[in-house]
Design a protein around this ligand. Structure first.
Ligand code: GUN
Ligand code: ZN
Length: 437
């Protein structure tokens, strides 16, 4: 029942601003209520306050759910993930281009079948909710059916999701290859059917430069120019073999990024996955346009792509988002993504703080994706997407938790030791959509 009014009593954590890189968060960036109350109504957050204060003004009969030993944060956001690769996670031993040919493309061919696309859409959303992810920017396959199936499943659950049909008009198996303009027409049909419908948004999805002709990239740029509410997602500078191939295919472009710039694909709603092999000048060009780089640490380690330089991106003023990049990534969990980001950071001498990590998974990703007026914070008027974390989910976590003296230590232990067991409940659109027990 959408009109249900409910209060959840728990420890609450939400960010109002970037906490910075320091061990203590920037003044005013963190909102933390040890004994908090989250009042939800009609799928939105109605009020957030200390429990005793909110309880005093609560009308009789409003249900109070007691989660006093739990920690609630906004729902996690995954800025880059391929739902169609769910079943090829953990395929052994290849770097990007061989991995695409040997595992990914054959798998994506299966999505020509509607029944398969429907089944995997449901399985993927179940898995996302199990790990506390309530919003993602998602690659489908090149089949329009795969997008219809994904949006239909997301719509039924009332989830805020961005997705798009992969555009590829060359260098892929014939079963996955678009006609240059046909792929664009299919995208336009999908935009008409899904973009802005309920909580859904369309993200134009040229796979990456090597699998689209300049003509197709230009046509995608044309669609984007006509509607500034559309998103765009693609890959950039992930792997050195990929860089060599792009240089060979686009001799008229000074560098990889210029291929996308020439087609008008770089803007404030554009997400470029990886961006490992960039120089500071390219980072500055991305920053100037307000685009974001999706840092996909578990994928970067799994595919041997390289160590993302997070601080160089920050220094250039570039927005960074956090992403699983499943099936290249080894884990859908946002907590696991933070753990991998910490490990990559250690190898670069730039360890990720828990403040920066949890900010990134929530408000940071929401801002970079222009979704922060709707999600990313526990605040009145926001759509009610949140995670109920259990800091003592396992005997080991309980032991570790007992020893934590500060919230920062507690969050760090969660990001290093947490997994799906740590997610007691996931709520989206004001409804409990996953319960561990
Ligand atoms: N580059 C082009 N396609 C892909 C993909 O499916 N996964 C990753 N990680 N990189 C890509
Ligand atoms: Zn990817």
């Amino acid at each position: 029942n959408q009109n249900d009014s409910r209060v959840i009593r728990a420890e609450l954590l939400s960010f109002d601003a970037d906490p910075g890189e320091g061990d203590t968060p920037a003044e005013g960036s963190v909102r933390h209520l040890e004994d908090g109350a989250l009042w939800i109504e009609d799928g939105r957050i109605r009020a957030v306050d200390a429990y005793p204060r909110l309880a005093a003004e609560l009308p009789a009969g409003v249900e109070v759910i007691d989660h006093r030993e739990k920690l609630i944060t906004p729902g996690f956001i995954d800025s880059h993930v391929h739902y169609v690769q769910l079943e090829i996670m953990a395929s052994y031993g290849r770097q990007l281009l061989d991995w695409l040919n040997d595992y990914t493309f054959p798998e994506e061919c299966r999505f020509a079948r509607q029944a398969h696309a429907e089944a995997i859409s449901e399985a993927f959303l179940d898995e996302m909710l199990r790990v506390g992810t309530t919003t993602a920017q998602v690659f489908c396959s090149s089949h329009p059916t795969s997008v219809d199936a994904f949006f239909t499943a997301s719509q039924r659950r009332g989830l805020c999701m961005l997705a798009g049909k992969v555009l590829m008009d060359r260098h892929a198996p014939e079963a996955l290859t678009d006609d240059t303009q046909g792929g664009i027409r299919d995208s336009e049909r999908l935009i008409g059917d899904w973009h802005g419908k309920g909580r859904l948004g369309y993200s134009l999805t040229p796979r990456f430069a090597p699998t689209s002709t300049h003509a197709q990239l230009d046509a995608a740029g044309g669609v984007l120019r006509n509607d500034d509410t559309l998103w765009l997602q693609t890959h950039l500078a992930e792997n050195t073999g990929e860089l060599d191939w792009v240089a060979e295919l686009f001799p008229g472009s000074r560098d990889y990024l210029e291929v996308y710039e020439q087609s008008g694909l770089v803007g404030p709603r554009s997400t470029f996955a990886h961006g490992i092999h960039l120089d500071q000048e390219m980072r500055a060009r991305l920053a100037e346009r307000g685009a974001n780089l999706a840092f996909c640490p578990s994928s970067n380690m799994f595919l041997g792509s390289g160590l993302f330089d997070r601080l160089a991106a920050r220094e250039a003023g570039l927005r960074i988002t956090y992403a699983s990049d499943v099936g290249g990534g080894t884990d859908l969990s946002g907590l696991a993504t933070l753990k991998a980001a910490y490990q990559v950071g250690q190898l670069r001498g730039q360890p990720l703080t828990a403040w920066q990590g949890f900010y990134g998974l929530t408000l940071g990703n929401a801002r970079a994706l222009s979704l922060d007026s709707r999600i990313g914070r526990l605040a009145p008027g926001m759509e009610a997407d949140f995670v109920v974390l259990d800091p003592a989910a396992t005997p080991l976590l309980a032991r570790r938790h007992q020893r934590c003296r500060t919230l920062s230590e507690q969050l760090f232990a969660l990001m290093m030791l947490g997994d799906d067991r740590t997610v007691a409940e996931t709520w989206a659109g004001g409804r409990r959509q996953h319960s561990r027990d």
